[in-house]
Write a protein that binds this ligand. Structure first.
Ligand SMILES: *Cc1c(COP(=O)(O)O)cnc(C)c1O
Length: 407
């Protein structure tokens, strides 16, 4: 063996606690506010609205619940088409399907790996009546909201920003979580800060925030008994979870700085390899660098064939592929991950339209060879361990392991 396996596993991204979370949890226990009400929930609302610079932040059980309520608030009805970033975690799409709407996937761009404004324009040409666009900030990098919002506005569609991965990231001087009419953040265990779980719906609209609160508490009407006029959900955040988030909030900027240092160390370490890192526009974007990712140049890719659940590859001198790198890392106790498998390639969504810059790929008349940026990023890309507890020495060894794959 060329390398020595790490005694302790190096993870992709895990929670990093600082100790003061316990103060808030203890307060909740000492005062018996072990419920979905309490001081920590009020604090979280205040801390997050102040950080993001938005008016309302509704605490919920998870980011997926927040996305579901955002889709409802956008007025999406069964059978409506909803545009959605193709390259994402499937929670983004599931929220659309919970409302029995039809997701239409919009291809990614190479500039940011996010929704391509040109493909979005194309999607509106094909489906001009679409009422909502769900845009993801992939791996903590903001999408191009100037372009995206202008197009959505032209067609009278509502933007929902899925900022689950990008809490703390900035686009043109403003925090992500501000660019949709309804926006979502997540405190899932692997995110930039965590509550162990939890999420929030962010908006400037008081009425929308009130509706989300009501829906999240089983749509209980204001009456002496349990009175219900609308379908409701049990989507509230607990005061204990909120306590963990309260303890984490003061460390958000520190986490981002450490994530950025990890990204820069990889970039420097890989500068002589035929690879690029997940890109962003330095003029307009300050990502939170949630995950550092690699994209292998086309010319340095060995053959890699992925089936539904397994992969085969053929190594060649000077060439490698994501699955070879991931296998090698796993062997030495390091966790990496393929790029999110695009939604248009998921068996669950194989019937849904997929719009690239040149049209709907599912169209019977679509040309055989269409640009499919999402499939290409999935084929050549991987997520590197980005845990902020990883030491520079550990990271340097991981860089050596990746380099070795190119020998
Ligand atoms: C994590 C994540 C979500 C879901 O958040 P949960 O709090 O885990 O429900 C949604 N969208 C994206 C892009 C995510 O990465």
């Amino acid at each position: 063996m060329k390398f020595e396996a790490f005694a302790n596993k190096v993870w992709l991204a895990t929670p990093t606690m600082h100790g003061n979370e316990l103060t808030y949890i203890t307060e909740a226990l000492d005062t018996n506010w072990v419920s979905t009400e309490g001081a920590n929930l009020e604090r979280v609302e205040r801390l997050v609205t102040e950080k993001i610079g938005c008016k309302y932040a509704v605490p919920l059980s998870c980011g997926t619940a927040a996305l579901h309520l955002a889709v409802k608030l956008a007025g999406v009805k069964p059978g409506d088409t909803v545009f959605c970033s193709d390259m994402t975690f499937d929670a983004t799409v599931n929220a659309i399907v919970y409302e029995h709407a039809e997701p239409v996937f919009v291809d990614s761009e190479y500039d940011t790996w996010n929704m391509d404004p040109k493909a979005l324009e194309k999607a509106f040409e094909l489906y001009p009546k679409t009422k909502a666009v769900v845009v993801v900030n992939l791996y903590g990098t903001p999408a191009k909201y100037d372009e995206i919002s202008a197009i959505a506005e032209k067609y009278g569609a509502v933007v929902i920003e899925d900022a689950a991965e990008s809490f703390g990231a900035i686009y043109k001087g403003r925090q992500t979580g501000n660019f949709g009419t309804y926006n979502v953040i997540s405190f899932n265990g692997n995110k930039i800060i965590t509550g162990s779980s939890g999420g929030m719906l962010l908006t400037e609209d008081r009425e929308a925030a009130d509706k989300a609160r009501k829906w999240s508490t089983q749509s209980r009407e204001n009456a002496p008994w349990y009175q219900h006029k609308e379908l409701g959900y049990n989507y509230r955040m607990s005061n204990i979870i909120a306590g963990v988030v309260c303890g984490q909030m003061p460390y958000l900027e520190e986490h981002i700085a450490r994530k950025k240092a990890i990204y820069e160390r990889y970039r420097e370490g890989f500068k002589d390899l035929p690879v690029t890192m997940n890109p962003y526009d330095r003029e307009t974007m300050q990502p939170n660098f949630w995950l550092s990712c690699l994209l292998i140049d086309e010319s340095a890719m060995c053959e890699q064939i992925r089936g539904d659940t397994e992969s085969r590859y053929q190594t060649a001198p000077g060439k490698t592929c994501p699955d070879e790198i991931l296998e090698l890392l796993a062997k030495y106790n390091v966790q990496g991950r393929p790029i999110w498998k695009p939604m248009h390639l998921q068996p669950l969504y194989e019937k849904q339209p997929f719009v690239t810059v040149s049209g709907n790929m599912r169209d019977a008349e679509a040309p055989e060879e269409m640009t499919d940026v999402g499939a290409d990023l999935f084929q050549r890309g991987l997520c590197l361990p980005s845990d902020i507890k990883m030491t520079p020495e550990q990271q340097d060894k991981i860089i050596e392991m990746v380099k070795y794959c190119f020998e």
